[in-house]
Design a protein around this ligand. Structure first.
Ligand code: F6P
Length: 408
């Protein structure tokens, strides 16, 4: 038997299901017998929650729908596997489950935290001479994975952010009295996503006024002074700020206002409320109308406005992981290598998971303005190809139709 298993882990994206489809279709095309899906990632596997994907994705229409379905079709988890020492039983359990299912290759679609799972499982597998291959398929809207040029999921989130920013700017500058709109963008400790707001600037849009990334220390007084100048010079302003901006003592700006109690298994605090906090500070200091706009999940589940480039690359990354595993590789993650900018071209390449697991790639300093409140053209140039072209939803009764997971 040549059975394979695939899971999705971490925060979802609008194209993570294209990677799932890439794994499913390529594994079948290459002769896999059963393609299992873990429901809620490795956590679900441990709880015995698995499905046979052939029963879920039955025909070409299902494949077309899956590609257009946001969030993780199989469900996700944020579960950190413990180090082996002292937890041998958990690893023995996982490998018993995989052996009972006659698994030949294991695929995990996720970001830097999820790649920790691939690293631990492939290391343990080697130590017990298991023939199972473990491969990572990259995904994250944060674009913070090392080695790879960019991550599947980023292009679509960037497209949504840039498009929405254009719309917010039009709305935000509509009145003849000042309005300061503060837009909060995800991305945790990396500013790649927030930087995408810079793409709004075009022939028909004057662009955002300030962009604040977590790569630079956030100075509240400096920020308020700049907002004051903007209000005096042009009345209204639109500002993009990362959820992960921090002040000099290392605290997140959102921690200054809200009590952020929730921390996930990887030790990440839930980041929310930055825009609300800053908008309140602006209103307090200048007495102007403000709007706090937290893009939150909207930016990662907008499957009605995905980038076709992103959908294709996400699918290819899944397919390349299967190809590599079937050729004997293990403990690798598929990365994207940009080989040309004009025309834009990217190829896939397997990379040792050790270089990717638990590593955060930040926006390079030279791509950020000196004052830390804007980004350079080189960064816009890097992002632009990733948001190109569209893939239309399949509309039913006026709404995009999605594929849903059925209980087995
Ligand atoms: O890692 C992807 C991401 O969307 C981050 O940008 C964000 O900080 C985090 O996930 C939110 O995670 P959750 O969905 O667990 O709140």
């Amino acid at each position: 038997m040549k059975n394979v298993i695939v899971g999705q882990s971490g925060g979802p994206t609008a194209v993570i299901n294209s990677s799932l489809l890439g794994v499913f279709k390529t594994a079948r095309d290459r002769g896999a017998d059963i393609v299992y899906g873990m429901v809620h990632g490795i956590k679900g596997l441990l709880d015995g929650k698995i499905v046979d994907l052939s029963k879920q994705i039955k025909n070409d229409l299902d494949m077309d729908l899956l590609k257009r379905t946001p969030s993780s079709f199989l469900g996700s988890c944020r579960y950190k596997l413990p180090d082996v020492e002292g937890y041998e039983e958990e690893y023995e359990r996982i490998f018993k489950i995989l052996n009972d299912l006659e698994i030949y290759a294991f695929f995990y679609i996720g970001g830097n935290d999820s790649m920790d799972t691939i690293q631990k499982l492939s290391d343990y597998g080697k130590s017990v001479n298991s023939p199972i291959r473990f491969m990572g398929v990259p995904k994250t809207i944060d674009n913070d994975l090392a080695v790879t040029d960019h991550t599947p999921g980023y292009g679509s989130a960037a497209k949504y952010i840039a498009s929405t920013t254009k719309e917010i700017i039009r709305d935000g500058l509509v009145y003849d009295y000042p309005v300061v709109s503060v837009m909060e963008v995800m991305g945790r400790n990396a500013g790649w996503l927030t930087a995408a707001a810079a793409l709004a600037k075009s022939e028909d849009c004057e662009g955002v006024d300030l962009i604040c990334l977590p790569e630079r220390v956030f100075d509240l007084d400096k920020f308020l002074a700049r907002v004051g100048e903007l209000c005096r010079a042009k009345g209204s302003a639109v500002i993009a700020v990362s959820e992960g901006v921090k002040i000099a003592d290392g605290r997140y700006v959102c921690e200054l206002a809200d009590h952020v109690d929730y921390v996930d298994a990887f030790g990440h605090k839930q980041l929310t409320g930055t825009a609300r906090f800053l908008a309140a500070k602006v209103a307090e200091k200048y007495g102007v109308k403000t709007r706090a706009i937290e893009l939150s999940s909207l930016q990662r589940c907008a499957s009605h406005i995905t980038s076709r480039i992103d959908v294709t690359e996400a699918f290819n990354a899944g397919g390349a992981a299967v190809k590599a595993a079937f050729e004997g590789m293990s403990g690798q993650v598929i990365t994207l290598k940009r080989i040309s900018d004009d025309p834009y071209m990217c190829v896939t390449e397997p990379t040792d998971v050790r270089f990717i697991a638990n590593v955060e790639k930040k926006v390079p300093d030279e791509w950020i303005d000196e004052d830390g409140m804007g980004v350079k053209e080189a960064l816009v140039h890097y992002i632009r190809p990733l948001i190109q072209a569209e893939i239309a939803p399949l509309w039913v009764d006026g709404l995009p139709r999605h594929l849903i997971l059925h209980e087995e």
